[in-house]
Design a protein around this ligand. Structure first.
Ligand SMILES: [Zn+2]
Length: 681
């Protein structure tokens, strides 16, 4: 019964505040104003409101509350400065050392350092800071911050932030660390839902050799096993150059995707090489060929559809997310937390930017160009067309040889960083300063960048080095990761306030890394991409943004639908996703592709397990383009890179205005694609 009542309100119940909290607060208000003066009234009101909003009976009774407030309110500038400075320093030490512990615990699994034992994985999965926020509420350090510094909403940051001083920004970022008090069991439920849906997605393979057509023909080679949706989509891209079977393969994959979205896919064909499947007729038979180590077909050759598991998983992530709503007063839905806190751009504005791309007049012009290059009318899967690729002047083998000679070891790359940075326009002393803060390690995987979280620690660049030396692909990734490390160094070590360290959101750190990565050939002393290559890249990026903007709108509308229908069943959610996918398609794609009611926009796996993450991609493309264009205009990367990275964690629009003079938006991308249309034919 309780469950029903909660869900019919669309959110869980508000956590119980102690009965005395209002009278206790009013009493203190008068007392503190008398003590510190009228000038402190606004701070007192706000501080008391923030503390009482999170205070629970378990934190202590009214006497404890009153005593706490009297002791910890900093009523004059000197004590406030001392408090601010101490928290800045000690939080840096806390977060910084936690980060160092985590990095050490992951060392064996992250680095190319021999076999990984089962206990290594347990160490790697252990997060020493998992309970930090809980602990800081329990020992009341969080309340000290909430009593003295302002938690601000996105709206306040947007309307007033431009007038704030750096210190004011730092104070609200400091308070922001404690803007939520989510109980451990709620966090656990959220990560459990995330892990379960992630597990579901990670095993969703299609055995391609077992896809058969009406004549029993197999288009795909034995053993090919593709994960939905990433590998399936990449296979569509890879099939363009195949003149014989490319189109038939692409159409087959499109049908498979449609079966997944509608959940008419037979459950027996998921990750199962023991059956053959014709996705067009939906017929399932015991496999006629064997291309795996699995035992001979024990043959569940039935075509019972998957029972809407896809949508049940998505619903579970929604239900778990909703549990946190009452504990997050300034962002009381997952949608608000994603847009107002993580991205810090209002949802309506994000939606507008996406619509601007989707309904841009250059879309039909680029579509016509693709059609001309393909020599056939567009088909729906051409939203993944990837033919705008410049031909490299150098072969992969030539590049491999150059890189291997230069970088036989990770150490050799590390020693070269100062010189690489100077080639990018950094002054010698700046290059030296940054390089001194970066350690290069040999990575087990393809590579990653791990920033420090306190100034006395170093950023780590993890790169893959083969026994024969680094290859070109490894170098390309290393340059990208180095971009991250350089940003991390400036936005931590060169900051005026610790609480402002970083960039507004992940799209910015990626954009800055791409600025480096795009110049990798220059760094090797080779000819950099020409006008034609730049134009192709602009068209490629625009088309990719056009595709993912539609997918993102589906993701956004689906989350709203779930919040509007908290009691929905998986079947109802499936029908809603189908409806929303069709509507977005018919509005923005049908006019170009001339086919109605296509469901491909609903295939993304992130939509199922990533909690409204998809809008980050189109935003990332736009931000990267804006920043790249600015760097090109400036001519040299170094000084501008440092200047923009040192702005810290402002809102995206404020940061971008400081960097380029304009707010975040698709204009730079659209303009570049339009120019490209007169260059590429
Ligand atoms: Zn990156």
């Amino acid at each position: 019964m309780k469950d029903q009542k909660e869900s019919s309100q669309g959110s869980a119940q508000t956590p119980a505040a102690p009965a005395w909290i209002n009278s206790g607060t009013a009493k203190l208000q008068n007392e503190l104003v008398r003590k510190y003066g009228e000038a402190q009234r606004a701070r007192i009101d706000r501080g008391l409101k923030q503390v009482s909003g999170f205070w629970r009976d378990s934190d202590g009774g009214q006497t404890v509350f009153e005593e706490f407030v009297r002791t910890n309110f900093a009523g004059d500038q000197t004590s406030l400065d001392t408090l601010f400075g101490r928290f800045e320093y000690l939080l840096e030490q806390t977060f910084g050392h936690m980060n160092e512990i985590s990095r050490e615990l992951r060392q064996q699994t992250d680095l190319d350092a021999g076999p990984v034992q089962p206990y290594d994985e347990v160490f790697a999965g252990y997060d020493p800071s998992a309970h930090l926020i809980d602990d800081f509420f329990a020992n009341k350090l969080a309340f000290v911050v909430l009593l003295n510094f302002p938690v601000t909403t996105l709206d306040e940051k947007l309307t007033e932030g431009e007038k704030w001083s750096r210190r004011q920004w730092a104070e609200t970022r400091l308070a922001g660390f404690f803007s939520k008090r989510i109980p451990a069991d709620v966090n656990l439920a959220i990560s459990k839902a995330g892990a379960e849906s992630g597990q579901y997605i990670s095993q969703y393979n299609i055995w391609m050799h077992h896809l058969v057509d009406d004549k029993g023909q197999r288009l795909f080679p034995p053993k090919k096993r593709l994960l939905s949706h990433w590998n399936l989509r990449d296979e569509i891209k890879a099939d363009y150059p195949d003149p014989q079977n490319g189109l038939a393969k692409q159409r087959t994959i499109e049908k498979v995707m449609e079966r997944i979205v509608t959940q008419t896919i037979p459950e027996a064909v998921i990750d199962n090489p023991q059956v053959d499947w014709n996705p067009f007729t939906n017929e399932v038979k015991a496999a006629a060929v064997k291309d795996s180590d699995a035992a001979q077909p024990a043959g569940q050759a039935v075509n019972t559809p998957e029972p809407n598991t896809r949508y049940r998983m998505l619903l579970e992530t929604y239900r778990a997310s909703r549990l946190a709503d009452p504990y997050s007063p300034t962002a009381p839905t997952l949608i608000a937390r994603r847009f107002d806190e993580d991205r810090q751009i209002p949802e309506q504005r994000v939606q507008k930017m996406f619509e601007q791309v989707l309904s841009s007049p250059i879309v039909p012009r680029i579509a016509a160009l693709i059609q001309k290059r393909l020599g056939r009318p567009l088909e729906p899967f051409d939203i993944w067309y990837n033919g705008f690729r410049p031909k490299s002047k150098y072969s992969e083998a030539e590049l491999d040889a150059i890189v291997a000679k230069r970088y036989p070891t990770a150490k050799a790359y590390e020693q070269d960083i100062p010189s690489l940075l100077q080639k990018l326009g950094f002054a010698p002393d700046r290059a030296k300063f940054v390089a001194a803060n970066i350690v290069v390690d040999p990575a087990r995987g393809s590579g990653h960048a791990m920033g420090a979280a306190m100034r006395q620690a170093k950023a780590h660049l993890r790169t893959r080095v083969e026994r024969s030396g680094m290859n070109y692909k490894g170098f390309n990734i290393a340059v990208h990761e180095m971009g991250h490390n350089v940003e991390q160094t400036f936005s931590l070590n060169s900051m005026d306030y610790y609480s402002l360290n970083g960039v507004p959101n992940t799209a910015f750190t990626e954009a800055l890394a791409f600025v480096f990565q795009g110049r990798d050939l220059e760094l090797l002393g080779l000819q950099s991409p020409d006008e034609q290559a730049a134009a192709l890249k602009a068209l490629n990026d625009f088309w990719a943004t056009y595709e993912i903007a539609g997918v993102s709108l589906v993701d956004m509308r689906v989350w709203h639908w779930m919040y509007d229908h908290p009691d929905a069943t998986p079947e109802q959610l499936r029908d809603a996703v189908l409806q929303i996918s069709k509507e977005i398609w018919n509005r923005y794609y049908e006019p170009v592709f001339h086919k109605k009611d296509v469901l491909l926009l609903g295939i993304y796996s992130h939509m199922i397990d990533s909690f409204l993450y998809l809008p980050d991609y189109p935003l990332g493309h736009m931000i990267a383009f804006q920043l790249e264009e600015h760097m090109e205009k400036e001519g040299k990367v170094g000084p501008e890179f440092e200047r923009v990275a040192r702005q810290g964690r402002l809102t995206p629009d404020l940061w971008m205005k400081g960097a380029t003079g304009s707010s975040v938006g698709p204009e730079a991308l659209v303009a570049a694609a339009e120019r490209a249309l007169s260059i590429v034919r």
